[in-house]
Design a protein around this ligand. Structure first.
Ligand code: FPP
Length: 264
């Protein structure tokens, strides 16, 4: 069923939104923002121009997501591998861009009732970045609308290593390993994403059909949507198009689909 168009959507967004089932929105969308470098290269610009342009895409996507009352949006901004595989000058630029983004964006996040969170090994980031992150988190902590989670120095395998380590340490300090019973719920509670439902939809821009070590545990049943659009060209309307496609998919969670009989 369709419910009334939320305030603030532009004409194109409203048109796409009118085709959505407002009661079957995903609860959590996770985005692999890719293609900044390719976008820049196509324009004979330095890679950092692509990252700079990518900030406008972040802004548009976050605002549209909040306007349609998406409960949670997670953006893969910086993987744990990015450190090793990119020139130091590019990493420095990304860190400066992030600091600037956080400072500039807090008023807009507050205006849209968005709470900011992070996943990833924060303590390995530069001190000044960590301080700005904590400042922005606290400045938005009272908001009750969408949770915007930035994955920074994030890797899914690293997250699982950290979760298992925390589980074993907690057990060792609390009666020993003999009584430790590991189940899925216990692992969930020790992931960086313990504040979030699992993503229903993963979007990857720029055409690559990979998960690149992003939320591997959490996306077990997520729908994956890959668009050829490079991240700097991605806008709120593309988010809505992804949701429209998601709503055409039939999610089975290992069971039989609606169109199926009971036969194996
Ligand atoms: C991938 O493009 C993008 C990144 C590694 C960085 C993402 C950063 C931003 C979108 C801007 C800042 C983010 C925030 C949250 C303020 P790529 O460089 O891997 O592109 P390529 O694969 O075409 O080279």
């Amino acid at each position: 069923m369709h419910i009334s168009t939320p305030a603030g959507l532009d004409r194109k967004e409203s048109e796409i939104y009118s085709r959505l089932d407002g009661e079957r929105l995903p609860r959590h969308i996770a985005i692999i923002m890719d293609g900044n470098g390719r976008w820049a290269r196509q324009r004979h610009l330095p890679r950092i121009a692509g990252h700079r342009a990518g900030v406008a895409s972040v802004r548009s996507t976050v605002e549209t997501a909040a306007r349609i009352h998406l409960p949670a949006l997670t953006l893969y901004a910086f993987s744990s591998e990015n450190w090793k595989k990119r020139p130091a000058s590019e990493v420095d630029f990304l860190m400066r861009l992030l600091r600037r983004y956080l400072k500039a964006e807090v008023p807009t996040l507050n205006k849209n009732n968005i709470r900011l969170e992070y996943i990833g090994r924060r303590n390995e980031l530069p001190e000044a970045v960590q301080e700005r992150m904590e400042w922005a988190r606290q400045a938005t902590a009272k908001n009750t609308g969408m949770v915007l989670t930035l994955a920074l120095n994030y890797g899914a395998r690293m997250e699982l290593v950290d979760a298992f380590t925390a589980i074993v340490h907690a057990a060792a300090n609390n009666g020993g390993l003999r009584h430790l019973k590991i189940d899925e719920e216990l692992i969930d509670r020790h992931l960086y994403t313990r504040h979030l439902p699992d993503p229903d939809l993963v979007i990857r821009t720029s055409g690559e059909m990979r998960l690149s070590n992003f939320l591997l545990w959490q996306v077990a049943y997520a729908e994956i949507y890959v668009t050829p659009t490079h991240w700097p060209e991605f806008r709120g309307r593309h988010l809505l198009e992804a949701i429209a496609e998601y709503q055409t998919r039939e999610r089975r969670y290992g069971g039989l689909g609606n169109g199926n009989g009971a036969q194996p």
